[in-house]
Every structure is written in structure tokens, then in C-alpha cells.
Design a protein around this ligand. Structure first.
Ligand code: GCU
Length: 421
């Protein structure tokens, strides 16, 4: 029986591959791009920020909310914040560490998550990067005082995570992805949350935040309602609710950060909640910064098959029908205008379509122009390691799908310049 399992898994993977076709990595096979003009509304040109904000932006937002990520089906009854730990001698005495439990209440049910923060010592009202991590707050640093989450986690042999349970064994395994000391030394705070505390990342929407909002006997969101990405974005906004109460932080300078699936989240969070000062998408790919109509690397059909819980059910209408999308992901980026936005790609991360990520920033630029903010001036991709640091930032680095110290050096320098403007 056990021997059969790998064969069955292989057959399943083969079935998906056959149904969706092989991913395309050949630029000459990319269809000619026919992208919606972001600055046309009811047949008329949008020529003022007011017209954008009052007419075109809501129309675009509604598409992404109702047909892609899914709407949050209500408001919370209440929210509470509880600082459970702090230490002003963290990171060799350079930082103040705080751990705050945020509890969300709805329909007599509740869910809690923990924000881990490091803030430059003796600084007040600091700008801050806020982003989810994949395997628990204790993985982003060696600091032995970081609380280990009890939430469900994906097993990972390399990180010694089994039984879907996080333990001491995985402390510090993801430090390479978070240049925390660099942020602190540059005057930025850092806040992170384990995404599994908002919604465990599996094809099951009966656990996590979704179930707080269900009507009796409901097990699944309605077709226009939130999948996991929208749920995680909602969680980032609740963390921002807390940050607004903390005097050590300048809540008007909170930049949402995310890598990969969590980069899709940082973009959707900043599009949905205009209190975010800006957003960074690191290798976010399909359903993130990359243009879907290029059908390069991961496609809408592939992502909705491999991860059926990420988007709203309505988004599945576009499986293998990207040409029917009324707007592409450049529209998502434009929803962040005029706020600072940074998109980054990695050369070997073809699955995420670096060129599609870049072109999306270029095609979002007319909306930034409307606000006299500098976007991406040319549709020619910059060379590797030649970052563009305008209000829209972009770089492509060498290497694979990952977050590196190079990426953080760019984000910090860019964010500093944007915030000081
Ligand atoms: C998969 C998925 C991507 C996603 C990535 C990640 O590769 O296909 O869409 O961005 O996982 O989150 O690491």
C-alpha cells in the first residue's frame, strides 16, 4: 500500500500538468499583450487624481475584490491588544523587543496572533517594515526569547518541523531572509507575524480567521468572498490597528513587506488599506506583481489548481482564460498609487516571471504620473543589480526565489529616501 503512494502522487501531479499544459518559459510564445488602459473610465480619459480616486480606482478595486482575492464578509465585533513580553536590551543592546498578542472577536468566536517587533533603542515614532513569515516568529532570529507559535505549520525536514508543530529545533532557521540588524541600524523598526496564525496554509477554510465570520453551518466562503490571501491581508490590517496605538511607531510610515505568496499578500493589503504607507513585493509572481496575460511560468489555472484556497472561487473562471480578465495585475499595483511601491525579481525565478513583474510596474506608471510621482520610465528591463529607486522601485538580482541581504539593502535605502521626501 505504502509503495503505491508515490506512484499515486506522481499520477496526480501528471494529471495536473496535463490539464494545465507545461508552463511556458519561451518569450517568443508569449501572447501579444493587450492590456486595459488604467486611465479610462466610461470611455473618458481620467486626467485628475480626484477622478481617479472617486471613479476609476473604486471600479478597479471592485474587480480585484469581487473576482480575484475575495471580499472580507463583515467587520469584527472587537479587537484587543496585549503586550506579553518586552526587553530593551535585545539584539546586543541595540533594540527594544516587544511581543504583542492581538485577539479578534466575532460571533462569540475568537482568534489570536502574536506580533514580534524590534525597534531601534531609544528612538520614538519610527517607520517600520511589517511582514509575515512562513514558519513562525522564532525562525527569523536566533533570539531565544521569541515565543514559539502553537499554530499548525507545514512539515519541513530541513527545518526539523514534523507533526505540524513548531519547536525549538527550528529557531533561527530563516535568519538569512530578514536583515533585522540592518533595519535597526538604519532607523527602521521591524514587525513580523506567523501567517499560519491567521489562516493555516492548506486547502481548508474551516479553520483560521474564516470561520469567525461563517453563518451557522457554513463551511466555505461565498464565491465572491475571501480566500487565504485576502484573509492574510486582513490580518496585516489588524496588526496595523495595533501599530496605530503604539507611540514608539509612526503608524503613517508602515510599509507592508512580503515574499512570494506573502508578496501577493503585501500588495493586496496595501491596495485594500490605504493606511499602509507603501508596499514591497519580493518575487510575488502570479497573482502578485506579474502580468497574468503573459502566461509565462505559473498561470492562473495552475495557481488555482495547486492552491485552490488562495483566491476567491470567482477567480477560477479565469483558469486558462487569462485573456478574459478585464484588467491585469498592473491594475493591482496602480491601486497602491501614489504611495511608494517596490517590486523585486530574481533572475532564476522564472516561475514568477520576472519580466511580467517588471512590465506590471511600467504599465502602472501612468497612474503614478497622474499624481506627479515617478514610476518606471521605460519598458526595457534594467540589468541585473541595477536598481531603480523612484516612487516605484524595481530591481532584479541574480540567484533564485528567496529574500537576500541584497534585497533588504535596496528596500531600506529606497524606503529611507521615500519617507524623508
Ligand atoms: C509556489 C507558488 C507561487 C508562490 C510560491 C511561494 O511556487 O506556485 O505562486 O509564490 O509557492 O509562496 O513560495
Amino acid at each position: 500500500m505504502n509503495k503505491l503512494l508515490p506512484a499515486l502522487t506522481l499520477a496526480f501531479v501528471a494529471q495536473i500538468t496535463l490539464a494545465q499544459g507545461q508552463p511556458n518559459y519561451d518569450e517568443s510564445e508569449v501572447p501579444e499583450l493587450e492590456l486595459t488602459d488604467l486611465l479610462t473610465f466610461n470611455g473618458k480619459k481620467v486626467s485628475t487624481p480626484k477622478d481617479w480616486n472617486e471613479n476609476r480606482r473604486p471600479e478597479l478595486y471592485r474587480f480585484f475584490e469581487q473576482h480575484e482575492y475575495g471580499q472580507v464578509p463583515g467587520v469584527l465585533d472587537s479587537i484587543s491588544f496585549n503586550r506579553v513580553e518586552s526587553d530593551d536590551k535585545a539584539l546586543n543592546g541595540t533594540a527594544l523587543r516587544k511581543q504583542v498578542v492581538v485577539s479578534l472577536f466575532k460571533n462569540d468566536k475568537s482568534l489570536s496572533f502574536t506580533i514580534l517587533m524590534y525597534l531601534p533603542k531609544n528612538a520614538s515614532a519610527v517607520p517600520i517594515f511589517l511582514g509575515y513569515n512562513f514558519y513562525g516568529n522564532h525562525t527569523v532570529t536566533e533570539d531565544p526569547n521569541v515565543i514559539i507559535s502553537k499554530a499548525w505549520a507545514r512539515n519541513n525536514k530541513a527545518f526539523d518541523i514534523s507533526d505540524n508543530t513548531l519547536t525549538e529545533n527550528s529557531r533561527g532557521v530563516r535568519t538569512s531572509r530578514w536583515s533585522i540588524q540592518k533595519m535597526i541600524d538604519s532607523g527602521f523598526g521591524f514587525a513580523t507575524i506567523y501567517y499560519g496564525e491567521i489562516d493555516p496554509d492548506k486547502n481548508d477554510l474551516t479553520d483560521g480567521i474564516h470561520q469567525l465570520f461563517y453563518q451557522q453551518d457554513q463551511q466555505h466562503p461565498k464565491p465572491n468572498e475571501w480566500g487565504s490571501i485576502s484573509a492574510w491581508a486582513f490580518g496585516l490590517s489588524r496588526a496595523l490597528d495595533y501599530l496605530e496605538t503604539d507611540k514608539d511607531i509612526d503608524a503613517s510610515k508602515v510599509i507592508a513587506f512580503g515574499h512570494s505568496r506573502l508578496g501577493k499578500v503585501s500588495l493586496w493589503a496595501a491596495a485594500s488599506d490605504q493606511r499602509f504607507a507603501g508596499a514591497i513585493s519580493n518575487d510575488s509572481g502570479c497573482g502578485g506583481a506579474a502580468l497574468s496575460k503573459r502566461k509565462f511560468g505559473e498561470t492562473v489555472g495552475r495557481i488555482n489548481t495547486s492552491f485552490p484556497h488562495w483566491f476567491s472561487d470567482n477567480f477560477k473562471k479565469y483558469n486558462n482564460k487569462e485573456e478574459d480578465l478585464p484588467v491585469d495585475q498592473h491594475g493591482l499595483l496602480a491601486l497602491i498609487a501614489p504611495r511608494p511601491l517596490y517590486v523585486a525579481s530574481a533572475e532564476d525565478d522564472q516561475w514568477a516571471d520576472p519580466k511580467g513583474e517588471f512590465l506590471s510596474t511600467y504599465y502602472a506608471t501612468p497612474v503614478y504620473d497622474l499624481f506627479d510621482k515617478k514610476g518606471i520610465p521605460s519598458d526595457k528591463m534594467p540589468e541585473i543589480h541595477r536598481p531603480i529607486h523612484h516612487t516605484i522601485g524595481y530591481h532584479i538580482r541574480s540567484g533564485k526565489h528567496d529574500v537576500t541581504d541584497y534585497d533588504w539593502s535596496q528596500y531600506i535605502a529606497w524606503a529611507k529616501a521615500q519617507i524623508e521626501k
